[in-house]
Design a protein around this ligand. Structure first.
Ligand SMILES: Cc1ncc(COP(=O)(O)O)c(C=O)c1O
Length: 483
C-alpha cells in the first residue's frame, strides 16, 4: 500500500485518505508519497491515446489504493470532476502560427476559467466522498491570489460535508476573480476579502499556516486546506503534463520542454512528478515575473524572501513559493533533517543559501527566467497581432515570453509547450491596456459566466489582515452555530 510521509519527517506514515483530509502534516510538513511510482516504456506507450479523464484514472490509480477508493468510484469521481468543462477533452492544445515550436496548452476551460479547476474539482469531490463515508464535516480555509479561491468555491457549492472559506487580498485580484467567489449564493461558501495585505497572498498563506499550527483550533474547527500544499492538488496536476506530451510529440519517447508561469511551484511540482514517473521532459522553464524567488534560487542557489512587487500577472506575485520545500525534499534525497535545518534557517533569516551539491540537483532539468511587465504586455500584443487575434492572459504571456527568451538555446527539433493557466477574460482591463485604449475589447476577452456574475450582488465578509488570525476562527465558530 502506498503511504504518505511528511517532508519534515515528524509523523508516522499515513494512507492517502488521511493525507488528503488533513492537508498539512501534523508536524507542519507537506505530505509526499513514500516512493514515486515509475512507468515502463510499454506503459508510457500504451497510454498515449487515452482521453484526459482516462489518463487521470490510470495515473491516480498509482497513488490511491483501491481499498480507499474502489475503481468504479474513482472513475465516477474523475468523470464528475470534468463534466462541467467547456472543452470536449478538458484541455486543448493550440500551436502558435508564427512559431511552429511553440504550442499553447489551454488549461482554462473549467468552470472558473483557470488551470486550478483541473485539480480542484477532483480534490473537493474526493474530500466529499471520504467525508461522507466517515460521517464527518470539514472547514477548508485557503489563501488565493485570484484563481484558487474561485475554483475551490465553485467546486464546494452544495457539498453537505464542506464549508469553504476562501481568503483573498482585497484590491490585489481582479474584479472578475472576486465576483467568481462572491456571487455563488451558496450557504457553505464564505469568501473573506482581507484588507492591507502588503505581501498579497503570502500574507494570507502565513495566517493559514499559523491557524494549522494551533492543533486545538485545527481539531475544534475541523480544518483542512486545499491550497497546493494538499498532496491531491499536485498529484492531479501531473496529468496535464502527460496529456500535453502525448498530444504534441511525434512519437512517444521524444523529448519535450514545458514553460510554466510559476508562483508557489505547485504546477511545476506536478511536472516534476510527471518526469520522475518517466515522462521524457528535457527541461521545465520556470517562468517568474519580477517577483522572482524561484528564478533567483535556480540561478544562484539563494532562496530568499523579498518585498512583493505588484505586477500584471498578479496570481504569480508570490514571495515564498511554499511548494519549493517539497521539491527541495526530493532534490536532497528525501533528507528530512536537512529540510528541517533549511526551514529553520529560512524562518530566522528569511533567506538561505543552498550548498553546491544541492544546487546542482535542484537545477537539473530546469531553466528559469524573470519576465517584466513591459515584456508581458509586448508578448500579449505580438501574439495577438501575429496569430489572428489569439489572446494570452498575462500569466500565459509570462510563460510565452520566457519560452521566446530561451528557445534559441534549446535544440530546434524540441517542441515547447507553454501552459496557459488562465482565460484572458479574467483580466479584461489588462488586455484592453495591451491592445490599446481605443480598441474595443475582442470577444476572446469576455466570457458569459463573468458577464452573468457582474449582474449579481456580491456576498462577502471583510477583515483587516491585522485581526484575521483571531477574527476568522470566531467567524467560523459563529457560522457553525448557525449565526
Ligand atoms: C493564472 C495562474 N497562473 C499561474 C499560477 C502559478 O501556479 P503555482 O502557484 O502552482 O506555481 C497561478 C497560481 O496562483 C495562477 O492562478
Amino acid at each position: 500500500m502506498i503511504k504518505y510521509v511528511s517532508t519534515k519527517g515528524g509523523v508516522a506514515p499515513v494512507a492517502f485518505d488521511d493525507a488528503v483530509l488533513s492537508g498539512f502534516a501534523a508536524d507542519g510538513g507537506l505530505f509526499v508519497p513514500d516512493s514515486i511510482p515509475t512507468l515502463s516504456s510499454e506503459q508510457l506507450q500504451q497510454w498515449s491515446g487515452l482521453s484526459f479523464p482516462d489518463l487521470a484514472f490510470e495515473l491516480m490509480s498509482l497513488f490511491i489504493d483501491r481499498s480507499i477508493i474502489p475503481a468504479a468510484d474513482l472513475k465516477k469521481l474523475i468523470d464528475d470532476s470534468y463534466s462541467a468543462f467547456e472543452c470536449a477533452d478538458v484541455v486543448d492544445l493550440v500551436p502558435l502560427g508564427g512559431d511552429d515550436r511553440l504550442v499553447i496548452m489551454e488549461l482554462f476551460h473549467g468552470p472558473t476559467l483557470s488551470f486550478k479547476d483541473v485539480a480542484m474539482g477532483f480534490l473537493i469531490n474526493v474530500l466529499d466522498y471520504l467525508l461522507e463515508k466517515r460521517g464527518e464535516r470539514l472547514s477548508i480555509v485557503l489563501a488565493t491570489t485570484g484563481d484558487t479561491g474561485p475554483a475551490a468555491a465553485w467546486a464546494s457549492v452544495g457539498k453537505k460535508t464542506i464549508d469553504c472559506w476562501p481568503l483573498f487580498p482585497r484590491g490585489m485580484i481582479t474584479g472578475e476573480q472576486e465576483r467568481q467567489m462572491t456571487t455563488l449564493n451558496a450557504g457553505n461558501v464564505h469568501p473573506v476579502g482581507v484588507e492591507n495585505c502588503a505581501n498579497g497572498g503570502d500574507d494570507l498563506d502565513f495566517v493559514v499556516a499559523k491557524l494549522f499550527e494551533n492543533r486545538d483550533l485545527k481539531e475544534k474547527l475541523n480544518l483542512s486546506s486545499v491550497n497546493s500544499i494538499n498532496w491531491c492538488r499536485v498529484m492531479v496536476q501531473s496529468v496535464h503534463y502527460f496529456y500535453g506530451y502525448y498530444r504534441t510529440v511525434e512519437s512517444v519517447g521524444d523529448e519535450i520542454v514545458f514553460s510554466v508561469p510559476s508562483g508557489a511551484f505547485g504546477n511545476l511540482f506536478g511536472g516534476y512528478l510527471a518526469r520522475s514517473m518517466g515522462l521524457p521532459v528535457k527541461s521545465f522553464i520556470c517562468a517568474n515575473n519580477v517577483n522572482q524567488a524561484l528564478h533567483t534560487v535556480f540561478s544562484s542557489g539563494v532562496f530568499a524572501k523579498k518585498t512583493l512587487v505588484p505586477t500584471l500577472s498578479s496570481a504569480i506575485d508570490i514571495v515564498v513559493p511554499y511548494n519549493f520545500w517539497r521539491y527541495l525534499y526530493f532534490a536532497s534525497h528525501c533528507d528530512s533533517e536537512k529540510l528541517n535545518r533549511w526551514m529553520r534557517e529560512f524562518q530566522q533569516h528569511e533567506a538561505l543559501k543552498l550548498d553546491p551539491d544541492t544546487l546542482r540537483a535542484v537545477q537539473e532539468g530546469y531553466q528559469s527566467v524573470s519576465v517584466s511587465d513591459p515584456q508581458t504586455v509586448q508578448t500579449i500584443r505580438d501574439t495577438f497581432d501575429h496569430n489572428r487575434g489569439y489572446l494570452l492572459d498575462p500569466h500565459t504571456a509570462v510563460a510565452v515570453a520566457a519560452a521566446n527568451l530561451l528557445k534559441d538555446a534549446l535544440p530546434d527539433h524540441i517542441n515547447i509547450v507553454c501552459l496557459a493557466t488562465a482565460h484572458p477574460a479574467k483580466f479584461p482591463e489588462i488586455i484592453h491596456r495591451c491592445l490599446g485604449v481605443d480598441s474595443a475589447l475582442p470577444q476572446g476577452a469576455t466570457h458569459p459566466s463573468l458577464e452573468q456574475a457582474s449582474k449579481v450582488c456580491q456576498h462577502l465578509r471583510l477583515c483587516d489582515l491585522s485581526t484575521l488570525e483571531s477574527a476568522l476562527p470566531h467567524a467560523m465558530e459563529m457560522q457553525s452555530r448557525g449565526y
